[in-house]
Design a protein around this ligand. Structure first.
Ligand code: ZN
Length: 329
């Protein structure tokens, strides 16, 4: 992860700038195929997604178990593409998904640093409504960083939380949409972040889903990134779909977690962009204020002691409540 393009900062402008780049440009909007117009929900209020009082409640995630999964991923060590640890983490994720329908999107990526095998892992939880809600995380660590970079927050926290979401989805009898969890590969740059040298896994899967028609069925794409920080402050991403962010905020509000959401605003380049370009409503749920001046981001200091089970639980529960709300439309 990640490049940010600052639109506006409501608080502490310098906190987010850090080592990240700001080029003042918006992501490309030309040549898009609006398979599912992101604007189709305009005029709809977040409260319109409130399920009836009689509707079953969403389950709660186990923050400690999500934290344990995160630790187990971190314990493999650095997991850049092409490494033995990367393969071990893939096998670890697949091992935790026994009994779940899993698709693997394996391909050879031509990167700025050479050719690498990559693999997106997709766990599918069928629903009764026609349509899919996707929740994503990346699991690779940055190739050029030192070999003792373990990406506890950057990649492991969300990959661990997705495993915990899988545990909940296995037992949640929902009448709503199918939910697909995606562990993306190759999110990180292999040399230096550019539009070309980044997001290899998500670009590959978005293209595949466009070709096979899956993209038309995706009602919402929610990306999680760097949300394990003890000091949880998720920013409002300017490259995400406003109505979907509003629904997420309303879900957080209902659970009493709204103070952790959207106090600051930026525009983030992340795994949601390839899906946004297909016209899919997207939301990047990301805390890019990790340590003072974002100093732990892409630092060997990105370790388990900076994370908390409670942050994982707050985000996980908000996602589950968001699913319940999206099911109403
Ligand atoms: Zn990163």
């Amino acid at each position: 992860m990640i490049k940010i393009v600052i639109i506006s900062i409501l608080l502490s402008a310098t906190l987010l700038l850090g080592s990240c780049k700001s080029d003042g440009q918006s992501p490309p909007t030309e040549g898009q195929t609006n398979l599912v117009p992101a604007s189709s929900m305009q005029g709809v209020k977040p409260t319109d997604f409130d399920p009836p009082a009689s509707a079953p409640k969403a389950p709660h995630v186990d923050g400690n178990r999500a934290f344990q999964y995160t630790k187990e991923i971190v314990d493999f060590g650095s997991r850049p593409i092409g490494s033995e640890n990367h393969k071990k983490v893939e096998n670890y994720i697949l091992g935790k998904l026994k009994g779940v329908t899993v698709d693997e999107d394996a391909f050879q990526a031509q990167t700025a640093a050479g050719s690498f095998p990559m693999r997106n892992i997709i766990a599918k939880f069928p629903g009764k409504k026609d349509g899919i809600i996707v929740i994503g995380s990346h699991y690779d660590t940055n190739l050029p960083l030192p070999k003792n970079f373990v990406g506890a927050n950057d990649g492991a926290s969300t990959s661990g939380l997705l495993l915990e979401l899988a545990d909940q989805l296995k037992h949640w009898n929902r009448d709503g949409y199918s939910v697909w969890l995606v562990w993306f590969d190759g999110e990180e740059a292999t040399v230096k972040w550019t539009a070309e040298d980044s997001l290899y896994g998500s670009k590959h899967l978005a293209q595949k889903w466009q070709q096979d028609g899956t993209a038309r069925k995706v009602k919402a794409f929610i990306l999680l990134d760097m949300i394990g920080d003890k000091d949880l402050d998720i920013l409002r991403d300017g490259n995400s779909t406003p109505w979907l962010l509003d629904v997420i905020y309303h879900a957080a509000e209902k659970l009493g977690y709204q103070s952790h959401f959207f106090q600051e605003q930026s525009a983030i380049e992340d795994d949601h962009l390839p899906f946004a370009k297909l016209g899919i409503p997207v939301a990047d749920v990301i805390d890019l204020n990790y340590g003072y001046n974002n100093v732990f981001h892409h630092s060997v200091e990105d370790t388990m002691d900076k994370l908390s089970p409670q942050s994982l639980q707050i985000v996980g529960d908000t996602v589950l409540e968001t699913l319940r709300m999206l099911d109403t439309r």
